[in-house]
Every structure is written in structure tokens, then in C-alpha cells.
Write a protein that binds this ligand. Structure first.
Ligand SMILES: [Zn+2]
Length: 158
């Protein structure tokens, strides 16, 4: 198997990764939910994962339009519009909020910090912090400092 933290090949039954030191037992026992809502994420993985979510939204939108056309459903169909909107919102909220929460953790704040991002104008500042601020240099109560490696797939819980 590959270490989910650094991506290097590690023994199937190893307790720790010999390259980055992550506790593999902890990682194995982590649920999908834990991966999305706990721990920390650094700037570059936050940025890449957010881009990936946007890309996924575009792909989904295009797919819905292609399917609608092949079924001869008008693109102005209200049901189609509703389905598309709901799908977009669910994906956007689920993933971007989970990414925001882990970025807040990385900056040393609880999940509530993400709520500030919804305040008009001031929220822009919060979201810019998520994009550009360097995370805390040491382990904090939300987890160890992110390794600095690319881990976009894991950032999205896969
Ligand atoms: Zn590792």
C-alpha cells in the first residue's frame, strides 16, 4: 500500500510509515467522515482540491446538459435546472466547507472560524486567509503540521 500522507510505498502491516512517520494504524481506522472534517490541510492542497471541486462541477454540468439533450429535454426545463442547482450546491457546500474547516484548523482556529467567511466583505478577507496564510508551524490541537506533500486525493476524502 501507499502511505496516505507522503505517498511512498510502505508495508501492508507496518504501524508507522518509515518515510514520514505517520501512524498508519490511525490512518487506516479513520473513517471517510474523519478524513473530511478532522485534521489540517495546507495552502497548496487546499488550493488544488478547491480547483478540483470546481472542475468536477463543470464536468457534472456539462454531463447533465449532454444527457438532457440526448433525452430531448429542453435546457430551460425547470426540473433539470433544479436538479443541476441542487447537485452543484451539495457538492460545493460539502467539499468546500470541509476544506475550509481543515484550513481553519491549520491556522489554529475551530470550525466556527469558517462561519466568518460568510459575512459580506469581511468574508473575502477570511477566504483570502484560507488561500494564502501559512499554517501554524507546530502541531496544534487539530493535528500535526501537514507534511507539505501533495495529497489532493486524500484532501477530498478518497
Ligand atoms: Zn509516509
Amino acid at each position: 500500500m501507499n502511505c496516505p500522507e507522503c505517498g511512498k510505498t510502505v508495508g501492508k502491516f507496518s504501524k508507522f510509515c518509515k518515510y514520514c512517520g505517520v501512524n498508519l494504524d490511525d490512518v487506516r481506522s479513520m473513517s471517510y467522515k474523519d478524513k473530511l472534517w478532522k485534521g489540517r490541510i495546507d495552502r497548496k492542497n487546499y488550493f488544488a482540491a478547491t480547483l478540483l471541486v470546481i472542475l468536477a462541477l463543470i464536468v457534472i454540468d456539462v454531463t447533465i446538459i449532454i444527457v438532457a439533450r440526448s433525452l430531448k429535454i429542453s435546457e430551460n426545463n425547470l426540473v433539470l435546472f433544479a436538479v443541476n442547482t441542487v447537485v452543484n450546491y451539495v457538492i460545493t457546500f460539502y467539499y468546500t466547507i470541509s476544506l475550509d474547516i481543515r484550513r481553519a484548523h491549520d491556522l489554529g482556529h475551530s470550525w466556527k472560524y469558517v462561519l466568518l467567511g460568510f459575512i459580506p466583505i469581511y468574508g473575502i478577507y477570511i477566504n483570502l486567509r484560507f488561500l494564502f496564510d501559512v499554517g501554524q508551524d507546530s502541531p496544534n490541537k487539530y493535528g500535526p503540521k501537514p507534511s507539505g506533500k501533495w495529497m489532493v486525493r486524500r484532501s477530498l476524502g478518497f
